[in-house]
Design a protein around this ligand. Sequence first.
Ligand code: ADP
Ligand code: MG
Length: 352
Amino acid sequence: MKTTKSAWIIVALLLLISLFGCKSNDPPPVAETEPQTAWLFAMDTVMQLTAYGDNAAEGLASAQAAILELESLVSVTGENSEIFRVNSGSVAPFAVSGITAELLETALAFCARTDGAMDVSIYPIVKAWGFTTDAYRVPSDAEIAALLPLVDYTAVDYDAAARTVRIPGGAQLDLGSIAKGYSGDLAIDAIKSVGVASALISLGGNVQTLGAKPDGSAWRVAVQNPEAPEDYAGVVEVVNKAVITSGGYERYFVGDDGEVYWHIMNPATGKPAKSGLISVTIIGESGALCDAMSTPLFVMGLDAAAGHWREYGDFEAVFITENHELYITEGLEGSFSPLGNYADTNVTVIRR
Ligand code: ADP
Ligand code: MG
């Protein structure tokens, strides 16, 4: 059994750096602004934050503080986190902070919107497979069947007025599908609040941007090749948007049976989601929305994901299938280009 997550994160960062570094044809910036960069390890991944212009260092410092605070509140493994205490069941109903409350409320709305393809009560299943603890194993069908009744976001009793949470005995919450994107929103807000107009943060390969590049051009953000994550499948040009991917390659292990088991679970089966998709990238204004949507759309598969996009229309998406097919939603026409092994792949545009 093996995992290659950290290696891919480093490769993804190098890819990003090399993409942003391709400046030979760019005009020189009008006003020379030295970027400030901060690195941190949080939420089990390497994060790189870059901001340009006056007050950039101050903005990065408060962005880092915001990410670390959120992690301390919602980590499933940190014994002092609010989610850990909710999951331990020792205090019920449990009063949560305003930040945790907002994240949980947002997350529950996305669970409902995706009809449970995203389910924040998935943790007993995630734990049984050894994800988050790195003790990977394939649970038996009987073990999964015994845990599945605990997976039901509709049984999470969240009282918005009192800001309290109560979950059924044995149930456990996991905000891992949305927390990183939400932390990116907090980080971008912190950077913006000191007057910075241009920034890019990469939270383990999930990219969120503030404004445009300092020279006014769009950011070019790589989408990793899920079959060879050291390479790209494409690049998308964005201004003031998040570009967030859920991929089977991001965290997985190979079982003794030779099968690949990844960390994106189908809440209906309690097993890794095998929908035909191997990578889903969501592009939109809110990091929380993009992160939240990438996971259930991966679970749903291409047709249902396209239907969800048509119904809600508040994001754009790049889908890559196990058959090496590339699909984009129509809002990305003109801003997405396939690259590398996908350069000659036909890009199918999903229309309304
Ligand atoms: P990453 O965290 O690698 O960027 P995702 O945003 O797709 O990837 O989140 C995956 C994490 O979300 C898993 O590690 C697990 O903790 C949790 N998770 C897995 N499947 C689901 C699901 N169907 N609904 C909600 N959370 C999930
Ligand atoms: Mg996600």
